[in-house]
Design a protein around this ligand. Structure first.
Ligand code: PEP
Ligand code: MN
Length: 338
């Protein structure tokens, strides 16, 4: 359940709720908003009556959260949450574009990408250094060297970075060199890894597993929040269905569904969702129209020679077109029709 304190409450009132919670074998998660203090009661509270908390003088309201996820639920945080990555804010009604190659391949291609993308106004560059490849014979990424090259290129153009943590052994390197830590689809339910990543305290981009329901995605996010880290960006990246003409199926309805149930920002990845360059622009339009907070998209200086995901990577000219279309749609959102 979620306990909302009366206006003017402070540490003393929080303490009262904490004492009662611990006497009931429950823990507290405190959230101090601009106006209200909201306390999430964590643990198995099914047999605890709401009245126990309502009886406290300082309590304004108690809401029972029926969903299995609590800290990332709308009931717990009414208003949308933003994730701050240095001076870049994700959420806030804005549409963020995270872009870059599937993998960092060498210094010159990542430099070339960063120069072009920053020119286009992109503030967050992506690029895999540790790649989770289906085949052991495929390019596995440059590892730590890739992280360093991504960092260097981003710093040169004042950009932030996002890159994947594929396992605990890569966590130290990724968390020291990247601004956002990505949990990929293949690790979306690797709860031990997710907990370790959460404890780094850096923003986490959590991708949906290809076999995960919306509720499962939100429960994975709950692990991060429960670990004390609320800087979570969700990402719809397509799920596996019977359709074979696309790599995955972009679950567009997941975006508004998640918005209804959770205050966390949610972006989508049209590249991994479709696996097809020719679908990136139409899907991105849909992603923007449905209310997402942004996209993560693959762009390569020469997609035809990319070492991974070449079929779904945009070239620079196509990316420019994508940005033009997105800009016209963003302004269309503000159109008042008479
Ligand atoms: C990626 O973004 O580099 C990636 C591997 O995506 P996903 O985990 O969604 O397959
Ligand atoms: Mn890729």
């Amino acid at each position: 359940m979620v306990v909302i304190l009366r206006n003017g409450s402070g540490e003393e009132e929080i303490k009262k709720v904490e004492v009662l919670s611990s006497s009931l074998g429950l823990n507290c998660h405190i959230s101090k908003g601009a106006e209200k203090i909201v306390i999430g009661i964590i643990g198995d509270d099914r047999y605890t009556s709401v009245e126990r908390f309502e009886a406290l003088e300082c309590v304004e309201q108690v809401v029972r959260v029926l969903k299995p996820f609590k800290l990332v639920s709308r009931e717990f945080h009414g208003e949308d949450l933003n994730v701050e990555v240095g001076d870049v804010s994700i959420g806030n009604g804005k549409f963020v574009v995270m872009a870059g190659p599937c993998a960092v391949e060498d210094r010159s291609m990542i430099e070339e990408s960063a120069a072009f993308l920053s020119e286009m106004g992109v503030r967050i560059i992506r690029g895999g250094a540790f790649k989770p490849r289906t085949s052991p014979y495929s390019f596995q990424g440059l590892g730590r060297k890739g992280l360093e090259l991504l960092r260097e290129a981003a710093d040169r153009y004042g950009m932030k970075t996002v890159t994947e943590v594929i396992g605990e052994t890569t966590l130290e390197a990724v968390s020291s060199l990247s601004d956002i830590l990505q949990i990929g689809a293949r690790n979306a339910q690797n709860f031990q890894l997710i907990q370790r990543v959460a404890s780094c305290g850096k923003p986490v981009l959590l991708k949906r597993g290809f076999m995960n329901t919306v509720e499962e995605l939100l429960l994975s996010a709950e692990y991060i929040a429960y670990g004390g880290n609320m800087s979570i960006i969700l990402c719809e990246r397509g799920i596996r269905t019977f359709e074979t003409s696309t790599r995955n199926t972009l679950d567009i309805s997941a975006i508004p569904l998640i918005k209804m149930q959770s205050p966390l920002p949610i972006i989508a990845d049209p590249s991994h969702a479709s696996g097809r360059r020719d679908l990136i622009i139409p899907l991105s339009r849909a992603i923007l129209a449905v209310g997402a907070d942004g996209i993560e998209v693959e762009v390569h200086p020469r997609p035809e020679s990319a070492l991974s995901d070449s079929k779904q990577s945009l070239n620079f000219r196509e990316f420019e077109k994508l940005m033009r279309e997105l800009k016209s749609l963003v302004s269309a959102r503000e159109l008042v029709l008479t």
